[in-house]
Design a protein around this ligand. Structure first.
Ligand code: PEP
Ligand code: MN
Length: 263
């Protein structure tokens, strides 16, 4: 169902304020984690002013260590909804368990399936039954064919609104947090009608590398970007080292717009 042969027109997905695919570039921006209503509303206002079309923010956080901040859960979802009320931005947030899909769907326009859960088949099936769009992230050790088969679970479950996200894979290379293969964009665009998104934040793990990879992704034909932005990255509760401040995000947006016009 994901193949270009089965669906020769490129899919365009609309979820509230957010449209992606075809000629529409979707720009999802916001903090790794929702920390407070002030933080998420301030970020939402700033990223909207810079041109973002959706607000990201994790309320259920899948953390490598059980001792790290695990997210504000439903309280965080309520804060995201408050930020949508203030700005009109569609909300993208992660769902980590199949039993939470209905709850998260009450608050968010887009369900994010995180890299760690790409092959959580019960979660994929639950998202297949949801009426919400899905952003499916590639597992750090999954092949692109496995990513496409994971997408099939959602599509075959009855949900056609799936975006594929390259967020970097695990290699021997240690100078970046993950290795971000931008060739995935061109490879997927030749084989699937689903929108392709790049996450330059997790893909690099370094704030300074994020804008270049965002621009390169747009130049390569990505349909969208999901990027971590925080008003005060140094004090972020998670992933501050790869997070843009609001000013750097505004600059990145301006640069991405120029790249999009040129390609
Ligand atoms: C995130 O988007 O904050 C996240 C946890 O991403 P990933 O699942 O790609 O690691
Ligand atoms: Mn993160």
């Amino acid at each position: 169902l994901a193949s270009i042969e089965s669906h020769p027109e490129r899919s365009v997905i609309t979820a509230g304020s957010f449209t992606i695919g075809g000629k529409h570039i979707g720009m999802m921006a916001g903090p790794c984690s929702v920390e407070s209503e002030e933080q998420i509303v301030a970020t939402a206002k700033a990223v909207k002013a810079a041109g973002a079309t959706a607000l990201r923010g994790g309320a259920f956080k899948p953390r490598t260590s059980p001792y790290s901040f695990q997210g504000l859960k439903e309280e965080g979802l309520k804060m995201l909804a408050a930020a949508r009320e203030e700005t009109g931005l569609a909300v993208v947030t992660e769902v980590v368990a199949s039993e939470d899909v209905d709850l998260v769907s009450e608050y968010a326009e887009v369900l994010q399936i995180g890299a760690r859960n790409m092959q959580n088949y019960r979660l994929l099936e639950a998202c297949g039954r949801s009426h919400r769009a899905v952003l499916l992230k590639r597992g750090p050790s999954a092949t692109v064919d496995e990513l496409l088969l994971a997408a099939e679970y959602i599509l075959d479950g009855g949900n056609p609104n799936v975006m594929l996200c390259e967020r970097g894979i695990r290699t021997f290379e240690a100078h970046t947090r993950f290795t971000l293969p931008l060739a995935t964009v061109a490879w997927l665009q030749a084989r699937t009608h689903l929108p392709v998104v790049i996450d330059p934040s997790h893909g690099t793990g370094h704030t300074t590398l994020v804008p270049s990879m965002a621009k390169a992704a747009i130049a390569a034909g990505a349909d969208g970007i999901i990027v971590e932005v925080h008003p005060d990255p140094e004090h972020a509760k998670s992933d501050g080292f790869q997070t843009l401040d609001c000013e750097a995000f505004a600059q990145m947006m301006a640069d991405c717009r120029r790249v999009a016009e040129a390609v």
